[in-house]
Design a binder for this molecule. Sequence first.
Ligand code: CDP
Length: 230
Amino acid sequence: MTPLRDPIVTLDGPAGSGKSSTARAVADRLGFRHLDSGALYRALTFALLEAGIPQTEWDALTEAQLRALDVRVEPGASGFEVFVQGKAVRNELRSPEVTTRVAHLASLAPSRATLMALQREAGRHGRLVADGRDMGTEVFPEADIKIYLVADLSERARRRLRDEGVAEPSDAEVRAQAIAIAERDRHDSEREHSPLRRPDGAHLIDTTRLDFEEQVDAIVALVERLTGAG
Ligand code: CDP
């Protein structure tokens, strides 16, 4: 296969499938930038909460109103820094207030349109590993390599709890987290605009029984084989 220049690699999948951490590690190994598109939806949600706009009013917001919230990204050495009203945001984006509301905001057409331009601009020069729900279907349909990551629901719940610092979660904690994740998955898969689905031609990787390094190695090898990158 002729090596392609400036490839784009997309990783889509449900909550807790390991997309963001995997995408970051794969990008590091390849010397590409990582785009965490979920962080943009979280930033827009955070911006609405900061602006004091109640969730009951979100469905009526226009693209112009959402753009005025001033969510931006700046390319950095290995990824993109996210800004809201000129202020860098990171930990704020993972708060429970944001996590429980982001899927609602992400289901609205004006919010998807607002963030589309930012994402496409981030991919303009290629050398990008982008993770999210619609990277391979809507944002970068022309991507060179598309990957769809899945894992069992209870394993995803356990990983999410571990990320939050719960080293040995009880069965009850795992069950409660699984319910919350399943609810967000349902929202993301059943919505009208850019629903979560496996992109045509995507490589399916089930990470339930893979350890992190194996999963990163498998994707890096795939990218190197298919694009001649690295
Ligand atoms: O890390 P996790 O997979 O739990 O979530 P995330 O990637 O930070 O995404 C948070 C939410 O943003 C998702 O549940 C989706 O509702 C939304 N999202 C989306 O709609 N499209 C994307 N490309 C990325 C995220």
